[in-house]
Design a protein around this ligand. Structure first.
Ligand code: SPV
Ligand code: MG
Length: 656
């Protein structure tokens, strides 16, 4: 190394403005959680010891001087240090080796003894090569070219293997064979050891023997240390499993963490307990995370194309299941610009499952569930609610997920329809099913789900009764009650004027709204006023007049209903309402005008779309069909392929 080593040993050679070979190695040792370091020294012994101490690393050093350093090879240094190398697994490496962080971690983490080799690099003329037989390292030296791979003296050695090698080293040195490599001793006993090749392929793992090597390694190192790594998190709590994967990821380069937006989290798994900004701060404060960005969709594509990270790191759990297409897209995008996907084994830890369960349980708690509908409306602009009338239909609404174009879709909320609740009980939708019974349905659903609930409160009943209903619903964690401006014997709106129905007066209904708002105890419970003017053909002006009056009385939202297939009157209402009121959420129930897409409703200013009865209307015909099939065949066999498997039922219904 000439002038570079005129004042210090080779390992103290600078390889970057902030690192020497040794300081880099020691830092890697610290990061791997190793504490004990045995260092053999030769010339500039004192300089080396002072340097190690000056670095102030959390390491315990044992320095062993080889007094014959100028006359022997490192086999003798090992011999001198033998008493400190007993009874434990070791990592053995030369002081002039420079390697990437992940390589060191792979070596340290190896469950078997191993040596780093490269299957892709050309065999070096003068440096170590390893002969591999039956998957084991059988010879190491500079003279082997057949069945050999380029090899670097970086080893993990389990004690059982190291003991065999060390005994041989001792044997060599005591017979005065001190000028050869330690590997010469190994070659004699390699059959008794199980040292496996660890293939680093083209990664940086090189010795520095001369200024040319130094220039080459420094340039590679610059490239390696400019690498960026991308990971995405949707979590709102951080546990040791996350920290462990972050620690591994940051070894690959500058770590950029993508934090999934609230909207993406809500559509992908569950409503985030902590909003995006706070989750972002959480990650910004984790050591090793250099930058945090928002990831707006489950798809990584946009962020990958912007950031072009060298690596994407993920657990290997996304190879199957609904994240599989997301992974495929990542692989595709990375391949376009030469990035690499690194997957670490995902460990299912009961402890983490329990934390997740506890957070889900939190979401089901009344105080946390209640306010979430309003938050979702503010966050997404438009939310969807699907009808549920029992625990099992609640679970279907809770769990059904569709992945489309890199996005996941779920219903945001549940609608407890008077029509479906009554139908499930075999009763007509005329406010015959009493509130106690309706509450029972809410309870059944809430017990097994976490999504916000919108309750169909029919007319709300007598004002004197409605105030009690409001408090009960609030207490249960319902987010919104919708009451319709009808009075007397209520019939389902889809009958329109085919049956006799009476619309309430504006004054009386406003009074009911006011009483309800006054009665409620929390600020996040919503009362939505439903306008029946279009159903009862009282005209657009009446509908709008009512809408503004009800908002004036304190209604938190307006539902406009229609039984026409043509959405024109709904669109007209929304347009005219929005001319004067841009804030109050508008709710629609597109049972008849069902060709309109959610996006179009959103564009026109609608905030809540309720699919009011589709589970009931699809479920019961299937049951009728099953009953008929069995009657016709006088046995159940023909019904089999119409049935859900027991396994599917078990999957749908979680066991505590
Ligand atoms: C319900 O689902 O019970 C409703 C909506 O009130 S509708 O049936 O369209 O009137
Ligand atoms: Mg109803």
């Amino acid at each position: 190394m000439g002038v570079l080593t005129s004042e210090h040993p080779k390992c103290m050679t600078e390889i970057s403005p902030a690192q020497t070979i040794l300081s880099r190695q020691l830092q890697q040792i610290v990061s791997a959680g190793i504490y004990e370091v045995v260092m053999t020294t030769g010339y500039f012994d004192r300089v080396l010891i002072d340097y190690c101490n000056f670095l102030h690393l959390p390491l315990h050093f044992t320095f062993v001087n080889n007094p014959l350093y100028d006359k022997t090879n490192y086999i003798y240094s090992i011999y001198c240090a033998r008493e400190f190398l007993q009874g434990e697994d070791i990592v053995l490496m030369h002081g002039d080796l420079v390697f990437e962080n992940w390589i060191f971690d792979a070596v340290v983490g190896s469950k078997v003894s191993c040596m780093t080799v490269s299957s892709t690099q050309p065999l070096p003329e003068k440096d170590f090569k390893a002969v591999i037989r039956d998957g084991k390292i059988s010879k190491v030296g500079i003279e082997f070219f057949d069945d050999a791979m380029a090899a670097q003296p970086l080893y993990k050695l389990l004690w059982q293997d190291w003991k065999v090698w060390l005994d041989k080293v001792v044997g060599y040195c005591e017979r005065d064979y001190r000028k050869c490599y330690a590997e010469n001793a190994f070659n004699e006993v390699s059959d008794l050891c199980n040292v496996r090749p660890l293939d680093v392929k083209d990664a940086l793992c090189a010795e520095i023997d001369n200024p040319d090597d130094l220039a080459l390694v420094s340039a590679r190192l610059k490239e390696v240390s400019n690498r960026t790594v991308y990971m995405c998190f949707s979590t709102d709590y951080i546990h040791s499993g996350h920290i462990a994967i972050i620690k591994r990821a940051e070894k690959l380069g500058h770590l950029i963490v993508g934090v999934l937006s609230d909207e993406a989290v809500a559509s992908y798994k569950r409503f985030p307990m902590i909003p995006f900004e706070e989750r972002k701060t959480l990650f910004e404060n984790i050591a090793g995370v250099e930058k945090v960005v928002e990831q707006k969709t489950l798809s990584y594509k946009d962020n990958l194309l912007t950031l072009k990270p060298d690596y994407v790191v993920h657990g290997d759990d996304w190879k199957d299941g609904f994240q599989k297409p997301i992974r495929q897209e990542v692989v595709q995008v990375l391949s376009e610009y030469g990035g690499k996907l690194v997957e670490f084994p995902y460990s299912h830890d009961k402890k983490y499952d329990d934390i997740d369960k506890a957070s889900r349980a939190q979401l089901a708690m009344p105080d946390i569930r209640r306010g979430r509908l309003g938050k979702l409306i503010r966050m997404k602009g438009l939310v969807t609610a699907m009808e549920a009338h029992s625990g099992i239909t609640g679970l279907i609404v809770e769990k059904t997920t569709v992945l489309q174009d890199g996005k996941t879709y779920q219903f945001d909320a549940m609608w407890i329809s008077s029509l479906c609740d009554s139908t499930a009980k075999g009763k007509p939708d005329i406010e015959l099913v009493d509130m106690t019974s309706r509450f029972r349905t809410i309870d059944d659903i809430m017990e097994v789900t976490t999504k916000p609930v919108i309750f169909d409160g029919d007319t709300g009943g007598l004002t004197e009764h409605f105030v009690y209903t409001v408090r009960s619903l609030e207490r249960m964690g319902v987010s919104m009650v919708i009451i319709e401006d009808k009075t007397g014997l209520k019939k389902n709106s889809l009958f329109g004027n085919e049956v006799k129905q009476t619309q309430d007066s504006i004054e009386h209904f406003c009074e009911k709204i006011r009483a309800g708002k006054k009665a409620q105890k929390t600020s996040d419970f919503m009362i939505c006023a439903r306008i029946e003017s279009l159903i009862l053909e009282r005209g657009m002006d009446d509908a709008l007049q009512r809408a503004f009056a009800f908002v004036g009385a304190g209604a938190d939202a307006i539902m406009i209903h229609s039984r026409k297939k043509d959405p024109a009157e709904i669109f007209e209402f929304v347009e005219k309402f929005r001319q004067k009121d841009t804030a109050t959420p508008v709710v629609v129930v597109p049972t008849s005008f069902n060709t309109v897409t959610e996006q179009e409703f959103k564009d026109r200013g609608v905030n809540v779309v309720i699919y009011a009865n589709q589970l009931t209307r699809t479920g019961f015909p299937a049951m009728q069909e099953a009953a008929r099939t069995i009657l016709e065949n006088h046995r159940a066999k023909e019904c089999d392929d119409k049935c859900m498997s027991i396994k599917e039922i078990i999957t749908l219904i979680p066991e505590e």
